[in-house]
Design a protein around this ligand. Structure first.
Ligand SMILES: C[S@@+](CC[C@H](N)C(=O)[O-])C[C@H]1O[C@@H](n2cnc3c(N)ncnc32)[C@H](O)[C@@H]1O
Length: 351
């Protein structure tokens, strides 16, 4: 039996690190189902005062397994436990991370209401791991409540095509300015285009700002090599008006908590509601329309405001199966006194 030990990424948020042990177990638990090697005994282990996530396999991890594990949000370093004449030693395993764009992109912008970038990476990972797709599929991801773009940037790191919808024009503007500056400073060849995606007249018009980019001029020349990141300034419940049917593999987002942000879900009113349930119930038909079969939605929300079973039922009524019902796949954790964050992983049923 092989024992592997993972040192968790301390990130720059101590509170998140302290809370993230159980989430790491859940993320690895989901990933273990995609590994070639049979993976068991996933636990937290303390060795000489240092916390590790430990697991056992019968066979050595394959290159594909190491790629899946390396991409998990909490992974900082991977070791294999070795017994050298009765002395425990840790053999480092070379990580194999997917990183088209430098991972630093999602930690540069700081603002109130930003979703923790490691948590965001975790949501993308579990969405992919629970779906019928993998890192080698040409993934198209939608964040339908995109804020200033943390999910879009994390998706771009993975070389996914990333699209967002955000109702607040100040947020979309800040995201666009930041991404343009990032591409310029990091010397990506790029172009940006703004076009109408909906509306017959000026008052109805909804626009997308779409970036096409590539690492070099040479790569950019070939249209099929270009990566895309786009953001619609519009309403999430109209996602099906902005994007084609079955055009996304994954939908990942962090619902408004009703604390730092408003949830302007009522089409006829600009009033702020504190309940994400109403927003989600209005959005799910449109999200389901643009999501491929076998695709997944992963949504974070404040479970103080609404219990998980209510959100789960809403997904089920809209043709989804809930993936994270069992006790081993729990992601709920305290963020602060008023926010207890949890996620729903929902997979679109085959028709
Ligand atoms: C928790 S924030 C997302 C933060 C984002 N993950 C980030 O790190 O920047 C939720 C976002 O949902 C947006 N929102 C609320 N109602 C919306 C709607 N009906 N359509 C689109 N976006 C909406 C809010 O403006 C807010 O930016």
């Amino acid at each position: 039996m092989n024992t592997y030990l993972i040192l968790q990424n301390p990130g720059h948020n101590r509170v998140y690190y302290n809370l993230s042990g159980d989430m790491a177990l859940a993320e690895l638990g989901l990933a273990s189902e995609s590994l070639g090697s049979d993976c068991k005994g996933i636990v937290i282990k303390n060795i000489k005062g240092i916390r590790y996530v430990s697991f056992e396999t019968k066979e050595d991890l394959t290159a594909g397994d190491i790629q899946i594990i390396s991409n998990l949000s909490f992974v900082f370093a991977i070791f294999k436990e070795e017994d050298c004449n009765g002395v425990l030693s840790l053999l480092p395993i070379e990580r194999s991370v997917t990183e088209y764009i430098d991972q630093k992109i999602s930690s540069l912008l700081k603002y109130a209401g930003k979703t923790n970038e490691l948590f965001t990476k975790m949501m993308i990972n579990v969405a992919l791991l629970a779906s019928d797709f993998d890192y080698n599929s040409q993934i198209r991801l939608l964040d339908p409540i995109a804020g200033k773009g943390t999910t879009l940037f994390e998706a771009a790191v993975y070389n996914f095509e990333a699209m967002g919808i955000e109702i607040d024009p100040k947020s979309t503007h800040a995201c666009e300015i930041f991404f343009k500056k990032f591409l310029e400073e990091e010397k990506y060849k790029h172009q940006a285009d703004s076009r109408r995606v909906y509306g017959k007249n000026k008052t109805e018009a909804v626009f997308i700002k779409e970036f096409e980019y590539a690492k070099s001029k040479q790569e950019f020349k070939e249209k099929s090599n270009r990566k895309k990141l786009g953001l619609v300034t519009g309403q999430s419940q109209d996602a099906d008006k902005y994007f084609k049917k079955n055009s996304f593999h994954l939908i990942v987002g962090d619902l408004p908590y009703g604390i730092a942000h408003g949830n302007t879900s009522d089409k006829n009113s600009k009033s702020i509601t504190r309940n994400p349930y109403q927003l989600l119930s209005q959005c799910l038909p449109a999200w389901s329309h643009v999501l491929k079969e076998g695709g997944t939605v992963v949504i974070a929300w404040n479970s103080f405001v609404i219990p998980k079973h209510k959100l789960s039922s809403l997904f089920q009524e809209n043709g989804f199966d809930i993936v994270n019902e069992g006790p081993e796949l729990q992601f709920e954790h305290m963020v602060d006194k008023s926010i207890k964050r949890d996620i729903v992983i929902a997979k679109k049923k085959l028709s």
